[in-house]
Design a protein around this ligand. Sequence first.
Ligand SMILES: [Zn+2]
Length: 114
Amino acid sequence: MDENLKDRIREEIQRQIEAIRQNLSDFRERADSVGLDQPIGRLSRMDSLTNQGILLSGMDKSKTRLARLEQALRRIEEPEFGNCLECGEGIAEKRLMALPESRLCTACAEEAGS
Ligand SMILES: [Zn+2]
């Protein structure tokens, strides 16, 4: 992979990591604001439990993605970064920019059903 592209992908990974960290801190604030110790009615408590569930599952997804992006940031220094694990072909630049943590090319990812 050429250094120029590598630099751009590295920047993109850092940008996405930053965005997710920001999201997670927003999530935390909102999760706190629907705390269970608040004296609220039964129905609104159900609502806030549902909301909290949505928030927590959103946080889980963001955390998983964050971990993958952090791995990608380390892997980008390896010579095989950007090559598909399955077929060994280079992963398309567009795909790497959108999903820098991709380890499969578009064709193999589709075949794997993800
Ligand atoms: Zn492939």
